[in-house]
Design a protein around this ligand. Structure first.
Ligand SMILES: Nc1ncnc2c1ncn2[C@@H]1O[C@H](COP(=O)(O)OP(=O)(O)O)[C@@H](O)[C@H]1O
Ligand SMILES: [Mg+2]
Length: 225
């Protein structure tokens, strides 16, 4: 079953010199529920732009994005923010943990943002355990390795039980072995928490871990498997 799909998505950026750059050209994709879908392509091919549109962080110039067959462009202001907070989790390449909060507080903060009041502590500890970091609960980001920080970021993205996690090159800043651990973790989350994961990568070695995928080149989908 499809959980997210887009129709003829186009995104044009206007550069400082006034010229226009078409970052996405008529992109149509369909993300199946409960799967790991990989968006691959060279740097500059449009992966991040597409992920941000699918996750409602950015708006297309034309085309539509549907989450559970609901068009997300129609949502305004707080309704849109709420849709994102409740249904979507993000993991970024450069781990975006809050440096002044320890691992537990980083995860708990996202639960607070999602408006979850009850059972916050329990859920936080459950998610840190799920990523194998129970013993790092009180560590601050700078007191953890890159791989550990990325695992906290995964715990944070999944804590509010989103329908979909978007991960933008989550292995990009990690060595191969640590990167594979993070992918395995995302796959575990799919099995255990019934979420859907969409991740980007430019690393051909990671393709084999996806259940499905699309290849982007110059803002266009050139392959699907
Ligand atoms: N905010 C922006 N302003 C102008 N150009 C952008 C912006 N974001 C991305 N681009 C351009 O759009 C194209 C696609 O970028 P991006 O989606 O980041 O690619 P990828 O994630 O595959 O590396 C690139 O040519 C990039 O320079
Ligand atoms: Mg990118």
């Amino acid at each position: 079953m499809s959980i997210i799909r887009c129709e003829n998505l186009c995104r044009v950026f206007t550069l400082a010199d006034g010229s226009r750059l078409q970052a996405l050209k008529n992109v149509n994709i369909d993300i199946e529920e409960g799967k790991l879908t990989i968006l691959k392509g060279r740097s500059g091919s449009g992966k991040t732009t597409l992920l941000n549109l699918l996750g409602g962080l950015d708006r297309p110039d034309s085309g539509k994005v549907f989450l559970d067959e609901r068009e997300i462009q129609d949502l305004k202001g707080m309704e849109r923010v709420r849709m994102r907070r409740e249904n979507i989790g993000f993991v970024f390449q450069s781990v975006a943990l809050i440096p002044t909060m320890n691992a537990r507080e980083n995860v708990e903060y996202s639960l607070r943002l999602a408006g979850i009041g009850k059972g916050r502590k329990e859920r936080t500890l459950e998610c840190l355990a799920a990523v194998g970091l129970s013993e790092r609960e009180t560590h601050f980001p700078e007191e953890m390795s890159g791989g550990e920080q990325q695992r906290v970021a995964v715990a944070r993205a999944m804590a509010h039980k989103p329908k979909v996690i978007f991960a933008d090159e989550p292995t990009g800043a990690l060595d191969t072995a640590t990167g594979l651990q993070v992918i395995k973790l995302l796959k575990d989350m799919i099995a255990k928490e019934h979420i859907t994961v969409v991740m980007t990568t430019h690393d051909p070695g990671i393709m084999q871990f996806g259940d499905a995928g699309y290849e982007l080149e110059d803002g266009e989908i050139i392959g699907k498997w």
